[in-house]
Design a protein around this ligand. Structure first.
Ligand code: SAH
Length: 219
């Protein structure tokens, strides 16, 4: 694994400055991202670009989210340290690492076995020992570990995954990009209102790889 050098730490500070210019003002989130060595999550050929604010391809035809998107979704959760959070779409494991740096108790699910194996090894190597990683279909959530204070979906859902709403605590929030993959998706924040009705807040436009049903059969 590539060590975390002063060069990388300097590049991370520059990335945080870029995120601030793009409107990310949550210093807790920025500090958490400042502690995660993003270059370790990428193939070595991308290492020199790891702290640019762009998404990159990872294994199984998937992508590691753009740092701006990771910052945006982490900020949208808006939870206190100690909160129990479920991530759907572990991918490289980068967003999961940021969530653990925020002091959350993190559960994360991935449907691609190669990415599950990769991220499990990497997060353990990086010292994220409290991470609860599952190989499975995120549409089903993790009922055995519910309720969650927050659920964050890092793939584009064609429609609101209703089953996951049942796994939120009464004050829980769901952050999910919704829409067809061919177009942009809307980032929604879904939570209960005072009378128990579901409130949907539209946080803007994003682009993600699709949230797919069942586990992948390819290896
Ligand atoms: N959070 C990741 C982003 C990865 S891209 C990161 O920081 O790198 C989205 C991921 O969601 C992909 O790895 C994809 O395989 C996964 N995914 C898509 N549908 C899923 C589902 N139903 N359950 C679990 N993971 C899913």
């Amino acid at each position: 694994m590539t060590p975390d050098l002063p060069k990388h730490q300097g590049q991370r500070l520059q990335l945080l400055a870029i995120l601030r210019t793009k409107g990310i003002d949550n210093e807790t989130v920025l500090a958490a991202m400042g502690r995660v060595p993003r270059h370790a999550f990428l193939e070595s050929s991308f290492e020199e670009f790891a702290y640019q604010d762009v998404a990159f391809p990872i294994a199984s035809g998937q992508t590691i989210s753009q740092p701006y998107t990771v910052a945006f979704q982490s900020n949208a959760l808006g939870l206190e340290a100690g909160a129990k959070v479920l991530e759907i779409g572990t991918g490289s494991g980068y967003q999961a690492a940021v969530l653990e740096e925020l002091g959350y108790r993190v559960y994360t699910i991935e449907r691609q076995k190669a990415l599950f194996d990769f991220s499990k090894r990497l997060l353990a190597e990086l010292g994220y020992k409290r991470m609860n990683q599952k190989f499975g279909d995120g549409y089903k959530g993790l009922p055995a570990f519910a309720p969650f204070d927050g659920i964050i979906i890092t793939a584009a859902a064609p429609a609101l995954p209703e089953e996951l709403l049942d796994q939120l605590s009464p004050t829980g929030v769901l952050i999910v990009p919704i829409g067809a993959v061919e177009s942009e998706q809307r980032m929604l924040k879904v939570r209960r209102g005072e009378d128990g009705e579901w409130l949907h807040e539209d946080l803007g436009s994003f682009r993600f790889v699709p949230m797919l049903k069942d586990v992948s059969s390819s290896r």
